[in-house]
Design a protein around this ligand. Structure first.
Ligand code: TLP
Length: 344
């Protein structure tokens, strides 16, 4: 049976040129900063993101958590969007590792409103209050269905943060998807951040790793935290080599994934399914109108070889990526159509 895996863009496998680059990578001990390939990846990443320095980390989660640990101390407060990955999907790591408490604000399709952020910032004048030490954004926003946060929206939050002297961390796991969808250089988004995490292992197809970028002093301290978390990886150049290709050759093709997502959404709408607006490579479909929970619907789909993810009791997420062709989209839609006839 043909299988079509739309669970996540994390399932992408390295390209042939990535595998060649891994085999040929020049390596050294990165804890001694002697891995030339890691050093090159970090330089390229810093340049692309418009930051002074960058650090290769094992995953998006590690990048986000190292950022929180670097920016905050025990008992500090962090403002996050209520559905953000850093809050929703990282196993409570902010509380467990950095000992911070979170102040969650509901966003508008994932975007924090500057006026809400300003109201939520704790003023140091009241002895009862914790201190607001960090504001986090996410772009694209996963649980908002791959929604793009515009430069203007990011600037609004960043300006408030600047006014109060609070750093801004961006979970940019899919920041290149946002830049491609907006048709802007990624720096138009990363400029409104103090630190930014970008995943190499999602739509960009590298097998492992993320980048954390910021100013030199921040990255020095982040390097210490990464080591403390067991993220000092020695001959990591074998993993950094495909990361270089991810950043230099794989960003523009994300537009194809967005096109496939749009085709998928169009098809779902034709089948009278309720679909959230699609801006990048994520399609959220509601299943309540067809009397199926997400989990039941996914079980039926999986029996036919089509895989997606449950996002809520009645919401299924389909994510397009490099391995999904136009024919796969058609096949997935035919499968859903047949299934709808069965359950109605
Ligand atoms: N997201 C995964 C799952 O964890 C939900 C996915 O399939 O989408 N930030 C954002 C916005 C993410 O979407 C993810 C992964 C991460 C951070 C964490 O990255 P990793 O998986 O590398 O730790």
């Amino acid at each position: 049976m043909k299988t079509i895996d739309l669970r996540s863009d994390t399932v992408t496998k390295p390209t042939d040129s990535m595998i060649r680059a891994m085999a040929e990578a020049e390596v050294g001990d990165d804890v001694y900063r002697e891995d030339p390939t890691v050093n090159r990846l970090e330089e390229i990443a810093a340049e692309r993101l418009g930051k002074e320095a960058a650090l290769f980390v094992t995953s998006g989660t590690q990048g986000n958590q190292v950022a929180v640990l670097t920016h905050c101390g025990n008992g500090d407060e962090v403002i996050v969007e209520a559905d953000s990955h850093i809050f929703y999907y990282e196993g409570g790591a902010m509380a467990a590792l950095a000992g911070v408490q979170t102040r969650t604000l509901a966003g508008v399709r994932g975007a924090l409103r500057p006026e809400d952020v300003e109201k939520a910032i704790r003023q140091a004048t009241n002895i009862h209050f914790p201190r607001t030490k960090l504001i986090c954004m996410e772009n694209t926003h996963n649980r908002a269905g791959g929604a793009v946060i515009s430069p203007a929206q990011m600037k609004g939050v960043y300006d408030v943060a600047q006014k109060h002297g609070i750093p801004v961390h961006l979970d940019g796991a899919r920041l290149f998807n946002a830049a491609v969808a907006l048709g802007v250089d990624v720096r138009e988004l990363s400029r409104y951040t103090t630190s930014v995490q970008v995943c190499l292992s999602k739509g960009l197809s590298a097998p492992v790793g993320s980048i954390l970028a910021g100013d030199k002093a921040f990255i020095e301290e982040a390097r210490w935290w990464r080591k403390k978390l067991g993220g000092g990886l020695r001959q990591a150049g074998y993993l950094a080599a495909p990361g270089i290709i991810a950043l230099t050759e794989m960003t523009e093709r994300l537009a194809e994934d967005h096109e496939r997502a749009e085709q998928l959404a169009e098809g779902f709408r034709r089948l009278s399914l309720e679909v959230e607006p699609v801006e990048t490579n994520i399609v959220l479909v509601k299943t309540d109108a067809i009397g199926q929970t997400a989990v039941d619907f996914l079980r039926l789909l999986a029996e036919q070889g089509v895989y997606a993810t449950d996002f809520d009791e009645y919401v299924v997420r389909f994510t397009t990526h490099r391995h999904i062709t136009e024919a796969d989209v058609k096949h997935a839609l035919d499968t859903v159509e047949a299934l709808l006839h069965r359950v109605s």
